[in-house]
Write a protein that binds this ligand. Structure first.
Ligand code: PLP
Length: 298
């Protein structure tokens, strides 16, 4: 079996599907190491499109339905046609099933606004690969810096055209903050709103432990509603930790008993320092959360 797999969807959206075709498959395998995307694709030239990255643990797609629901929400926020979720489910399963068995893998789904001048057909694919080894990061933790995102905490309400909270392909900023973090001797960044509230990581959500509560920034702050954070809150309830959403001042990060950046694939990365100041790592809870996340069956 190949190490990676690429599935291209012929009909990624509901609008473009033929009625009653049923028997024909809506996807095809392609060579992931060969060029497949048109140079005029809006995803390439403008970052105009959406994506999801779905963890695969021991061959099982994790939080698939929440990822698909967010994919559809992102499409709606960008005024893209609604993705045909049945077609995507099939393509994702095909891609995940085509790679070598690995303890941890991922499938990335991408849907762009399509090729400029081609009449509005969107482009869609699902790419599967084994995951990198995050054992050390999960054990030793990460150093983070806090960086001003430059937007107020309420932009999702005041300025929906900024697409805050949509998982768009425009991730140049999310990459730039990693370079800024590296210049400051850190591995990741925590975004803070221009008016001083904690938001999210560059590709992750922030969770704080405060006593027997797990607290994460409210989802109406123009941040991504994380599938991993949501699953962790479900797990935490079962071990006596209450999950809460709150408007958190920046100082809450330094005051927390422990903190994590959580996301699909990397899962829970404990924060071991903030802006150069060492922070306590809750090794036991981190291990319990990651064992739970890696072992999820749905
Ligand atoms: N926030 C941002 C900006 C992200 O890019 C991601 C994931 O890539 C997340 C949060 C975490 O989302 P999830 O847990 O669903 O992977």
């Amino acid at each position: 079996m190949p190490q990676t797999a690429l599935v291209i969807l012929d009909d990624p959206v509901i609008d473009s599907r033929f009625e009653g075709v049923g028997a024909s498959r809506d996807y095809r395998f392609a060579d992931p190491s060969a060029a497949q995307v048109n140079v005029l694709d809006f995803g390439v030239t403008r970052g105009d499109g959406i994506f999801e990255t779905i963890s695969v643990g021991a061959g099982r797609l994790q939080a698939l339905e929440p990822h698909l629901a967010r994919f559809a929400r992102s499409a709606a926020l960008l005024d893209l046609p609604a993705p045909d979720l049945d077609a995507w489910r099939e393509a994702i399963a095909a891609a995940a099933g085509a790679i070598d068995p690995a303890p941890e893998a991922f499938v990335k789904t991408v849907m762009t606004r399509g090729v400029e001048g081609s009449g509005g057909d969107v482009t869609g694919w699902a790419y599967a690969s084994p995951s990198a080894d995050f054992a050390e990061v999960r054990r030793e933790g990460i150093a983070v810096v806090t960086l001003d995102r430059g937007y107020r905490h309420d932009i999702a309400k005041t300025s929906p055209w900024l697409l805050a909270g949509a998982k768009t392909l425009s991730y140049a900023v999310n990459r730039a903050v990693l370079r800024e973090a590296a210049k400051r001797g850190a591995e990741d960044a925590v975004f803070v709103s221009s008016d001083g509230y904690l938001l999210e990581g560059s590709t992750s959500n922030l969770i704080l432990r405060v006593g027997d509560r797990l607290v994460t920034p409210s989802l109406d702050l123009g941040i991504l509603a994380g599938t991993t954070q949501n699953d962790i809150f479900g797990f935490a309830a079962g071990i006596g930790l209450r999950g809460e959403y709150a408007l958190l001042e920046q100082s809450a990060l330094a005051d927390a008993d422990a903190a994590w950046l959580v996301s699909s694939v990397r899962h829970a990365a404990p924060i071991r320092s903030v802006d150069g100041v060492e922070r306590p790592v809750d090794a036991e809870l981190t291990a319990a959360i990651n064992t739970f996340l890696i072992g999820r069956r749905v």
